[in-house]
Design a protein around this ligand. Structure first.
Ligand code: 13P
Ligand code: SF4
Length: 362
């Protein structure tokens, strides 16, 4: 799994926020076009303000694939995003994750060995074409598995398109690792509960394979942040704020998505709220840093979290201003710390899965 993050020198922690800010800005100016900082929307304000580009996971993957000049790509996000960026950039470009502990628990819920056991059982049992599709929130090894088995990656932005392309052509899908994104997308496309099989990776003997191949086989992974939203919270905000619109990320359970007015990727949520009329009221079911930023950036609307007691994505939040300065300071001295590299063979297979997704999302 991941290397753990060594403590960074105290000087970066004790320094004032203003000094860190000045030093980050100076180093950015010194490194000029040699450096690009990418930031996911869930990053803290103290970090996202330095991003040259911010985006959801699809946009950041597209930006990494297009970035041909920068020698250093500092990724303010989580490990799987930095891995993806490394695979989509050239071997001369270096991708840096300012805190190596920034993983994604959902990505860790699909281990290659378990996925292969599932695949062997499915492909032995059925003659039907089954295509493995993995949410980008997965390891490079799982992406490589999908690539070499004719499958692809997806993000929450393009999952509907990919489901349409595959289910519409009569294929079945093995969807990894997020049960909820898979179920929400499948049901929205028109599948019924009986078309879907939930794979129980811990208790394989409990998985009953039906005679006919299911249209959708779901891995049982989930996001520890979005899993905390509950359907009764939708009832509560509707009672508290008459006329409120509820918008949630499709990593929430189907029971929550069903009760919400709208569901979609991070980018979709941002677009819907920024284009909404002044005076409208919104409850948002996604990571709290983004909800707070949406409230700040849309002062003419009222924006609340679907659950004010929700926790942050602790993994995204591991990237802090001190860690960013520490990584940049080292780059400025010519020392690359926390470089994320993916083995060449894994990259060769995973890139097929990533490119199939990127080609469909142009
Ligand atoms: P997006 O694809 O919407 O950026 O989501 C990534 C993520 O990790 C959400 O939890
Ligand atoms: Fe992973 Fe959830 Fe955090 Fe996204 S919000 S990085 S899925 S734990």
């Amino acid at each position: 799994m991941y290397k753990s993050q060594q403590p960074i020198p105290d000087e970066y922690i004790v320094m004032s926020e203003q000094e860190r800010d000045e030093r980050i800005r100076t180093i950015k100016a010194d490194l000029g076009s040699k450096l690009v900082i990418l930031g996911h929307h869930y990053q803290r304000d103290e970090v996202i303000r330095y991003a040259d580009y911010r985006g959801d996971s699809l946009k950041l993957a597209q930006l990494a694939a297009q970035e041909k000049k920068a020698e250093y790509i500092v990724f303010c996000g989580v490990h799987f995003m930095a891995e993806t960026a490394d695979m989509l950039t050239s071997s001369e470009q270096k991708v840096i994750l300012p805190d190596l502990g920034a993983g994604c628990p959902m990505a860790d819920m699909a281990e290659l060995g378990d996925v292969e056991v599932c695949w062997n059982l499915l492909t032995t049992q059925y003659t039907q074409d089954i295509i493995p599709v993995t949410y980008v929130n997965s390891s490079a090894e799982v992406k490589a598995f999908c690539g070499r088995n004719g499958g692809m990656t997806c993000t929450s932005s393009n999952a509907p398109q990919i489901f349409t392309q595959l289910l519409g052509n009569g294929k079945s899908i093995l969807f990894l690792p997020d049960e909820h994104l898979g179920r929400n997308t499948g049901l929205k496309w028109g599948l019924h509960d009986q078309d879907i099989l939930l794979w129980n990776r811990e208790n394989l003997e409990e998985v009953e394979l039906p005679k006919e191949a299911p249209k959708l086989i779901l891995w049982d992974g989930y996001c520890t942040v979005h899993q905390k939203f509950e359907p009764q919270q939708v009832d509560e905000v509707r009672k508290k704020y008459p006329g409120i619109k509820v918008i949630v990320h499709p990593e929430c359970s189907h029971a929550v998505v069903e009760k919400a007015d709208l569901s979609g990727s991070t980018d979709f949520i941002i677009r819907q709220i920024s284009e909404a009329p002044a005076g409208s009221i919104w409850a948002v079911g996604t990571e709290i840093n983004l909800v707070h930023r949406l409230a700040q950036e849309n002062p003419d609307k009222k924006i609340v979290s679907l659950n004010e007691n929700t926790c942050r994505c602790v993994m995204m939040n591991r990237i802090s201003q001190p860690h960013l300065l520490w990584a940049l300071d080292n780059l400025n001295k010519g020392e690359v710390v926390n470089q994320i590299t993916v083995d060449e063979k894994i990259t060769a297979d995973a890139i097929m899965a990533l490119n199939r997704m990127l080609d469909l999302s142009k």
